[in-house]
Design a protein around this ligand. Structure first.
Ligand SMILES: Cc1ncc(C[n+]2csc(CCOP(=O)(O)OP(=O)(O)O)c2C)c(N)n1
Length: 567
């Protein structure tokens, strides 16, 4: 039987396991929307296309599946670009379906035409314009294959309207057909090389594991935790790696980098062996590269060969899937157990790191009587009340760093944050995506008053689908992180960072049909949070926090990790 392009697309999405799609209709995709109700795919109508792509991204990060969004041509497509770049920088698998004007009109400046394939070339893993209905099914299959294999990432498929209306006999391409000669990610770890790494660990006196998002995306957190404990190696992680190792374990050093802990940064600078696992030596992590880990041999395992030796020179490089590499390493260690006493070998070093932590724990000055709530206290309370079991999304800025520092992440896929791009407005729609994946989980967006206003319109989406996402605004009345830089490095010239004319967030929540609370005193924080978490509704909690609180420690941009500013 012949199917239309729109029918083929939906049939393919179904077979790819897509159960939810985030989108926004328009003329170019109306044929797809016309078919959608006949398919077992739930469509979530967002209020802005940026919301659709961030929600698909949040769904992917939380669930480990590939996220999917559908938008129209022209402005619909361009509205997704920030979200595509966000997913690209953080290696998140999403497939973006964009409508396009009919093929005969392409290049004619037709109504709502943009060259979205050209625009997104540098921020997608790959992108396609389908010009012939014969290619449609294969293209969709390849898009999903590319999105989730190798180093994951966003793949865009641009679909002209006439292709959606054309008809052809539907054939589901088999696994052989989707293979591409030019695309063969190397996923197999080299066993000899792994043995060599274990030998290096035996010789090391001050080893550190530096884990990144690759550990989470390859579902390797359990093996990493097992190995760190067996080999008795302290663990630090990037922002993207939070949750790959339980924060209440004595081997946990905290996050490293610009707003990392004293202990993690000191450990990196003193270490003699660093195992960099699925991390890419971002400048927010390394600080001044020339002075990064001056005493250490570097081992780097990553799925992406172009990430290796890109920012720093490494001694032992290895291209492999992190999940396979750590599973294999675990097997080697298990078969060799008893042959080497890793605990005795590394105990003095572990003890040193614990002492550093006692000397310089992550901390803040509690408010004096009558002073405003400290934002860090709010995050601590959220952690206490949820016992580290919630899914936490964040916006960008100080709120993001306080969430990273003061919430003890216990499990992978419980922290959703825009790491690479630092996209304000990411957290709330991402939380909506995560809540769709896990309807019974507590999903919280820790927000700033600036960032939340970037995608506040998605309150309507959350309310419409009864998504009980909690938005906790750490409301300092400033674009706090920029203000902090102005304070520290620009002589307090607070130009355009004071958020005047704020909305009344409580009334705003209510206007959308959500619940709203305001907190102004520390003693009310716990009570209100409890109440908010108990309600099965979308909730905003507007917490008025100290306006000029800073995030510490801080490594000033361009300085080495050894040059931290402490509280
Ligand atoms: C889309 C976007 N625009 C601008 C920035 C630059 N920026 C980084 S942090 C920040 C301040 C964020 O303010 P707010 O959301 O109130 O959070 P706070 O830092 O106060 O917690 C800004 C403007 C950004 N990261 N993303």
């Amino acid at each position: 039987m012949e199917l239309t392009g729109a029918q083929i697309l939906l049939e393919c999405l179904k077979r790819e396991g897509v159960d939810v799609i985030f989108g926004y209709p328009g003329g170019a995709v109306i044929d797809i929307y016309d078919e959608l109700p006949k398919h077992p795919i739930q469509h979530i109508l967002v209020r802005h296309e940026q919301g659709a792509i961030h929600a698909a991204d949040g769904y992917a990060r939380a669930s480990g599946k590939t996220g999917c969004c559908l938008v129209t041509s022209g402005p619909g497509a361009t509205n997704t670009v920030t979200g595509i770049a966000t997913a690209y920088m953080d290696s998140i698998p999403v497939v973006i379906i964009t409508g396009q004007v009919p093929t005969p009109l392409i290049g004619n400046d037709a109504f709502q035409e943009v060259d979205i394939v050209g625009i997104t070339r540098s921020c997608t893993k790959h992108n396609y314009l389908v010009k012939d209905i014969k290619d449609l099914a294969l293209t969709i299959r390849r898009a999903f294959y590319l999105a989730h294999t190798g180093r994951p990432g966003p793949v865009l498929v641009d679909l002209p309207k006439d292709i959606m209306q054309a008809k052809i006999k539907f054939v589901w391409p088999d696994d052989e057909a989707i293979k591409m000669r030019s695309y063969n990610p190397n996923i197999k770890p080299n066993k000899r090389q792994l043995q060599k790494i274990i030998e290096l660990v035996k010789k090391a006196q001050r080893p550190v594991i530096y884990a990144g998002g690759g550990v989470i995306s390859s579902n390797a957190a359990e093996d990493l935790t097992w190995l760190a404990r067996k080999l008795h190696i302290p663990v630090t992680a990037t922002l993207m790696g939070l949750g790959c190792f339980p924060a209440d374990d004595p081997l946990w050093l905290g996050m490293l980098g610009m707003h990392g802990t004293f202990t993690a940064n000191k450990a990196i600078q003193d270490s003699d062996l660093i195992l960099a696992l699925g991390a890419r030596f971002d400048d927010r992590v390394t600080g001044k590269i020339a002075e990064f880990a001056p005493k250490a041999k570097l081992v780097h395992i990553d799925i992406d060969p172009t990430s290796i030796q890109k920012n720093v020179a490494v001694h032992v490089p290895m291209v492999a899937d992190m999940g396979l590499a750590l599973a294999e390493m675990r097997a080697i260690v298990e078969s060799d157990l008893g042959a080497f006493d890793f605990v005795s070998a590394h105990e003095p070093w572990v003890k040193t790191t614990i002492d550093w932590d006692l000397e310089h724990p992550i901390k803040y000055t509690p408010p004096k009587k009558g002073e405003a709530v400290k934002p860090q206290y709010v995050v601590e309370k959220i952690y206490e009340l949820t016992k580290g079991k919630a899914i936490i999304a964040t916006e960008v800025g100080q709120n993001q760093m306080w969430a990273a520092q003061f919430y003890g992440f216990q499990a992978p896929r419980t922290f959703l944050s825009s790491g690479g791009l630092g996209t304000m407005g990411y957290g709330f729609p991402a939380a909506i995506g995560a809540q769709m994946a896990f309807p019974d989980q507590l999903v919280i967006d820790i927000a700033g008053d600036g960032s939340i206003q970037m995608n506040i319109q998605e309150l309507a989406t959350a309310v419409c689908y009864n998504l009980p996402v909690k938005i906790i605004i750490l409301n300092n009345g400033f674009l706090g992180m920029v203000r902090q830089w102005q304070e520290l490095f620009y002589k307090k010239n607070y130009c355009s960072t004071c958020m005047e004319a704020q909305p009344d967030f409580v009334k705003l929540a209510e206007a959308y049909g959500a619940a709203g609370f305001r907190v102004t005193r520390s003693r009310d924080v716990e009570k209100v949070l409890k109440e908010a978490f108990a309600i099965k509704k979308t909730v905003i909690v507007d917490v008025r926090v100290a306006q000029e609180e800073n995030v510490y420690p801080m490594v000033p941009a361009g300085k080495s990790l050894g040059e931290m500013l402490l509280v």
